[in-house]
Write a protein that binds this ligand. Structure first.
Ligand code: ATP
Length: 407
């Protein structure tokens, strides 16, 4: 069993606070992703878990026992850090099987394991190559093999951006392999995996911890993080979003029934917002808008408060022509840019809010020829199901400018 608790971990490098009071728990056999932008403190946190660096304060607990003062070797884990740390004078096989733990196994077992991991990482045939003869991605895979072979009974695997240097195809197949291996009956690993790639996080994680500027921002399943982000930073980190500034209107009867669930995919929407209520919003357009929010958010926001409505680019629907009157949460606009992105089309739609122009990004799956009619300069109606609108208290202009890198 591997259960890890981090309690109030802080770490500074000189006067720079790299980690600020981080507490979290990783469950046995969980695939746990630490996700965040560069400089968030992810690697520092991993190094503290492995024992490579000591926190200034706080405790690390493995299976109920404090290991804060234990060395990395005493913590019994397999890990792989970004700089790979391969031995230049050893070939691939020696590099991955060089370790007391690997040698403790019998030699046929070691050989089989070595062959298995080499095959999985597509390195078969490169057994005798030296690190200088390998590409960056190959070195990364050798380091991954070594981390896998180093696993012992503790079954804790720690990976710092393990797939970063790989091309898209190999990255995708290794994600699948990693997940399959971690969840296999024989291994059944607890994995802590650091990445700044939200797609990678969504694909492999049981739970994701989002970090930024040394702080833990949110922990949850991919579903929770995606549909119920705690703040604008998390919402924006997971996929392309649009935001609207508006006001919460609690004292006015809306012109349309905002309580009724949207027809499309009722069950799906109901699951997303089991305990949620509709919040009417004034976004500065003629019509009233609405989004379902969790009850705690509803009660936290008062009538007249400034709010931010966030709608993901892929949650907008798009129709040709002016159909604003027949749709709810609808806006009229003009396509000013259309891009084919392979799996989806990306449209930039110019709208007008009380004389102010704004660009809204809308993406739709590229599965139908119908999309050929959505050409640049077409007039379109875009609208979103109210279950998919996300509402936050207005975080202030500075935060918005910082997140969207605006002047
Ligand atoms: P990346 O995704 O770029 O690897 P990260 O989230 O892993 O980023 P860390 O490597 O943990 O971030 O670094 C967090 C902050 O701490 C950075 O600002 C970094 O410059 C600083 N830092 C990390 N290690 C040291 C060190 N040994 N000395 C001084 N500053 C450090």
């Amino acid at each position: 069993m591997v259960r890890i608790e981090l309690k109030n971990i802080s770490k500074s490098f000189r006067r720079f606070k790299a980690l600020k009071n981080i507490s979290l728990e990783i469950k046995d056999k969980e695939y746990f992703i630490i996700l965040g932008p560069t400089g968030a403190g992810k690697t520092t946190l991993l190094k503290i878990v492995t024992g490579l660096i000591k926190p200034d304060s706080g405790d690390i607990i493995f299976n109920g026992k404090k290991v804060t003062d234990k060395t990395s070797g005493e913590r019994n884990l397999g890990f792989m850090f970004e700089n790979y740390a391969l031995f230049p004078h050893m070939n691939v096989v020696k590099n991955i099987s060089y370790s007391g733990r690997v040698h403790a196994r019998d030699s046929t077992q070691t050989q089989t394991l070595v062959e298995q991991v080499l095959m999985m990482t597509l390195l078969t045939g490169r057994n005798d190559a030296f690190p200088e003869e390998l590409s960056g991605g190959m070195k990364q895979r050798v380091a991954l093999c070594r981390a896998l072979l180093n696993l012992e009974q503790t079954k804790l695997l720690i990976l710092d951006e393990p797939l970063k240097a790989l091309d898209a195809g190999l990255r995708m197949s290794l994600r699948r392999e990693l997940l399959q291996m971690a969840k296999s009956k024989e291994l059944n690993l607890t994995v802590i995996h650091v990445t700044n790639d939200e797609q990678e996080a969504m694909m492999v994680a049981d739970r994701i911890a989002i970090m930024n500027e040394g702080k833990l921002i949110q922990i949850g399943t991919p579903h929770e993080i995606y549909y119920h982000p705690n703040n604008l930073f998390v919402a924006n980190f997971m996929s392309e979003i649009n935001y609207f500034e508006g006001i919460c209107i609690k004292n006015k009867e809306p012109t349309w029934d905002i309580h009724k669930k949207s027809k499309q995919g009722d069950m799906f929407f109901a699951q997303i917002h089991e305990d949620s209520v509709p919040m009417p919003l004034d976004l500065g357009f003629e019509d009233m808008y609405a989004a379902f929010v969790r009850e705690d958010i509803y009660h936290d926001i008062n009538h007249g408060d400034e709010v931010l409505l966030v709608v993901r680019a892929n949650h907008f629907k798009i129709r040709l022509g002016d159909r604003v009157k027949e749709k709810k949460n609808a806006l009229l606009g003009k396509i000013i840019r259309r891009k084919f992105m392979g799996v989806f089309y990306r449209f930039e739609v110019l709208i007008n809010i009380n004389g102010k122009k704004k660009i809204i990004v809308v993406t739709i799956p590229a599965t139908s020829e119908v999309h050929n009619s959505f050409v640049e300069n077409s007039e379109v109606t875009i609208y979103f199901p109210k279950e998919l609108g996300i509402v936050f208290k207005h975080p202030g202009k500075e935060i918005i400018n910082e997140i969207f890198k605006l002047e």
